[in-house]
Ligand binder design. Structure first.
Ligand SMILES: Cc1cc2nc3c(=O)[nH]c(=O)nc-3n(C[C@H](O)[C@H](O)[C@H](O)COP(=O)(O)O)c2cc1C
Length: 243
């Protein structure tokens, strides 16, 4: 990492999502340490409406296998009407949660996601028209990009967007804590589409729902990890004054 430990701006801007990991295991004390750092975040009335399911070892491998097999089903569903019928008949593949991922982006947001896709695929040398290569790249989400640990973040249903806000604050502290220890992370909405599979592996109260995953591990030296996503300028997100 290229920053002075007392230089917050350089530290925070040096974090990037990691999408290729070494198989090196992450010790339990480190996982617990970064979760503890995550919990230094502010929280709505200090209620901490978040829970984490830590998937590692056999649980991680079983979930990855299940996700990859369901992803094959989704691929079918995206391949025209016959694929959809096949997927429905097989009842496998289609999302069981986080349907938002299947919907088109709002026109306010579509340009940013399109630019992200263009820049990302160009960085990893994938032609945007090459659907097979794009699918293969997306499928890596379901192997958690090779990370030995996947954290599944759940939020309490009762506080709605404030639970999600608490989770976001928690996740960012956790992610920065990992970064400070030389670990890489990538938040993953992709793994929130099959909440039922995660519930099969952990004791999870029905009052909580799955927000997203975060893969965690030691980054490899692969080119994909040097991708630098565009960051907007403050002026792009500040509302203008009316008068
Ligand atoms: C809630 C959330 C879900 C995300 N889901 C995915 C995902 O499923 N797969 C992926 O490769 N990246 C995912 N990302 C990572 C974003 O693409 C990434 O944060 C963004 O492009 C900015 O890049 P940076 O994190 O390197 O700064 C997700 C990020 C967030 C906050």
């Amino acid at each position: 990492m290229d920053f002075e430990s007392n230089d917050f701006q350089a530290f925070v801007s040096s974090r990037r999502s990691t999408r290729d990991f070494l198989p090196t295991p992450v010790p339990d004390e480190i996982i617990e340490g970064i979760i503890a750092d995550g919990l230094t975040s502010p929280s709505w009335s200090n209620t901490r409406p978040i829970r984490v399911a830590v998937a590692k070892g056999d649980v991680r491998d079983r979930l990855s296998k299940e996700f990859l097999s369901r992803w094959e089903g989704i691929k079918g569903a995206r391949e025209g009407i016959f694929g959809k019928i096949k997927a429905v008949v097989k009842r496998k593949g289609l999302p069981t949660s986080n349907w938002i991922i299947t919907r088109p982006y709002h026109k306010d947001l579509i340009e940013r996601t399109k630019n992200q896709g263009r820049d990302f695929f160009s960085h990893i040398g994938v032609d945007r028209e090459d659907k097979k290569a794009r699918d293969e790249s997306w499928a890596r989400n379901y192997d958690f990009f090779g990370a030995p640990v996947e954290l599944f973040i759940f939020t309490h249903r009762s506080l709605g967007k404030y639970s999600a806000s608490d989770a976001g604050l928690f996740m960012q502290n956790l992610i920065l804590s990992a970064h400070s220890r030389g670990l890489g992370t990538c938040p993953q909405g992709a793994v929130a589409v099959w909440e039922d599979a995660v519930r099969k592996e952990f004791e999870i109260s029905k009052n909580y729902s799955l927000l997203c995953g975060i893969c965690l591990g030691y980054p490899s030296g692969e080119k994909i990890n040097s991708f630098e996503a565009n960051r907007p300028k403050p002026s792009e997100i500040i509302f203008p004054e009316k008068y």
